[in-house]
Write a protein that binds this ligand. Structure first.
Ligand code: 8IG
Length: 274
């Protein structure tokens, strides 16, 4: 990408997504139907969706930044779903707000996916469990979020409605697939540090069940772009102060690997019903 192209996509992130969508469609030879963003702990589940048709680094498309977070591959894969013949666009890793490239970069992937034709977006993440009833390794459907980043991906006076941001229709569909799935409210903080125990007590008081460093900003951009949204968290650790143990990035990776088979089947079955 030329310096001028970067400057232009920073100036108008919506046009930047249109440009990336055009490049994406030609790179994968078709228009995708559904996008799936795999966060911490979810990448090992990707292979359950089927054989990739294409896979390449995100940086081959305009406007993308190499993912740097642990457990994040920074690749895009296209997979034709055997059950429905729909084309899934899978992001293996994401750009996080704490990387410091600005909020437009954080949502560039989902904006590009919707601009390319995706009418459904599935956002996944690894997160801390704030609700004491959760356990490590448990997937939780996101029912709503609290955005504590103090920013928005939306540029301009566009007062987007976020009522039922996380589609109740898609949550019901997930529960058809797996009736044991819990639901919870996700709070996005900026990170990259984990919380203090006092901050975890605060967000629990505010109504959060799950705490992480992604998803809410992307969710807002998905709604703005007009696609239907599903969010699923994997509790990869209990939040700070809840177990007496320190938090570790290693635990996140281990939980992801241990949960890969179950998360893979869940994603395959849910995408297969869209
Ligand atoms: I994985 O406990 C993962 N991401 N903020 N807190 C926050 N982000 C996380 C956590 C956590 N675990």
């Amino acid at each position: 990408m030329t310096t001028q192209a970067i400057a232009e996509s920073n100036a108008d992130p919506y046009q930047g997504a249109q440009d990336a969508a055009k490049a994406l469609i030609s790179r994968i030879g078709g228009t995708p139907d559904v996008a799936l963003v795999l966060g911490s702990g979810w990448v090992p589940a990707a292979d359950a969706l089927g054989e990739p048709e294409h896979e390449f680094p995100v940086t081959e498309l305009p406007g993308f930044t190499m993912a740097e977070a642990i457990g994040h591959a920074g690749r895009i894969r296209s997979v034709r779903l055997a059950s429905t013949g729909k084309l899934a666009l899978v992001f293996l890793g994401r750009t996080h707000f704490y990387e410091g490239h600005g909020v437009a970069r954080v949502v560039h992937g989902v904006r590009t996916a919707v601009a390319a034709g995706c009418s459904t977006v599935v956002l996944t993440n690894g997160c801390g469990g704030v609700n004491p009833e959760y356990s490590v390794g448990q997937p939780v459907l996101i029912s709503d979020h609290i955005n504590m980043t103090a920013t928005s991906p939306i540029v301009g006076a566009n007062f987007v409605d976020l009522t039922d941001l996380y589609s109740s229709r898609l949550r019901a569909l997930c529960k058809d697939v797996d009736p044991s799935l819990a639901e919870g409210v996700y709070v996005q903080l900026t990170g990259p540090h984990y919380e203090t125990p006092a901050e975890i007590r605060m967000v629990r008081t505010l109504g959060a069940d799950l705490v992480g460093m992604s998803t809410a900003l992307e969710a807002i951009a998905v709604r703005e772009a007009g696609a239907e949204l599903l969010g699923i968290s994997l509790v990869t650790n209990m939040a700070a102060g809840m177990t007496g143990q320190p938090l570790s990035a290693q635990e996140v990776i281990e939980t992801g690997n241990a949960s890969a088979a179950r998360m893979g089947v869940l994603l395959r079955d849910v995408l297969g019903r869209l």
